[in-house]
Ligand binder design. Sequence first.
Ligand SMILES: C[S@@+](CC[C@H](N)C(=O)[O-])C[C@H]1O[C@@H](n2cnc3c(N)ncnc32)[C@H](O)[C@@H]1O
Length: 402
Amino acid sequence: MKKNNLKLNLTYNSNLVKKHYEDYPYPQYPLVSSIRKIDTYSLNVYSLWSYFNCKILRVRPNILLAGSGSFSPYPTAIANNDAEKIWALDLSKKNLRRARLHCFLHGIFLKVKYLEEDLLNFNYKKSFFHFIDCYGVIHHISNDKKALKNIHDLLVDDGIARIMVYSKGARSKIESVRRAFKLLKINKLWMIKKLMAKAQKKKINNNREYQFLELIENNYEANFDSGIADMFLHPYAKTYSIEQLITLIDECSLVTLRFTHNGAITDTTNEIERLKILQKEKKLFTNFILFVGKKKIDKIDKINKIDEKEYKSKLETYISLNPIIKKYLKFWSPFPQTIANKFFTNKFAYNLNLNYQQKKLLAHFKIAKKRNELELDKSCEEYEKISTFLDSLMLIEYTKDM
Ligand SMILES: C[S@@+](CC[C@H](N)C(=O)[O-])C[C@H]1O[C@@H](n2cnc3c(N)ncnc32)[C@H](O)[C@@H]1O
């Protein structure tokens, strides 16, 4: 039988998805896992707002973690001390309990509201949330259009949502293994762990087993039980081509603002083209991570009609430090300071290792500076560095009068 004919024949049942996460709460971080505040700088909603809307958010934001899992309320709360409320919504009671306990143990008590509910049925208030994080969730819902439309409706007009979905390219090997496991009736965690142990002891008999070993060795998720279960035992996980994803976003009246998976380029149109090529050449190994906003005439105008940088250059904008960076970067130490960069850009490696010169440049923006009054030669290295910092959200740019 041809490999392609072996479909997983997934049938969606939200009770099965719920049961999966009750059995395997995800992710599986120890309760003592803590995060430095500075590493959460790219989750700060005031900064995201400036980045995507080029203006200051003047209210305390409401944030929704749609499919929060057992951990994300904690870093989101750390990054958004000034939020009005963070709503952690999840199908799974166990995930929410774990998230609550994690927050509680790290001193976060009232900021987060926990809701055991299906995203498809959640219709608290239209146009209410300033930021919705829906990371690794949409591909586990069969009516993905309804889920994304709901996200659209829940967002305020200039609201921003981050989504992560599985790409066909990144998941192809995992999907092959899932198909094989289904045929061989390997459907328990202990069975998979036994196979993994065998492969890791290099007791390999054939090419298939070698590919399995390669897959688990190169996949971070294979290091913990709920990750293994998520990879191979999930009752419902679909994958997207870039074309399918773009169509879905468009049909839900959303617009892609920026991709932030590893290696993504800032310009959305170019990034889509790059992804199409990688996909065609079977070299696409990342899942899709992107920020989306509500489709609006003026936003389309901004993106299509004029180049965003040109648009910003016509406004009187200010540049200042991301508030989290401002508070927690040790500017005056001569030693490099390492920060985990979650707002990926091509120009920075995963961890930002800021040297003295870079910190000195950033310190310049402790007090907001007018862009037009920056005394920098456009061709000089410093100018280039500032755009890199803006690109990575360490610096933010906004107008005061919009
Ligand atoms: C892979 S986990 C991701 C968790 C978290 N977003 C993160 O990135 O760590 C998917 C989560 O989505 C939740 N989920 C799946 N379908 C859902 C639905 N229809 N409504 C609400 N939550 C859902 C699951 O319970 C699970 O906690």
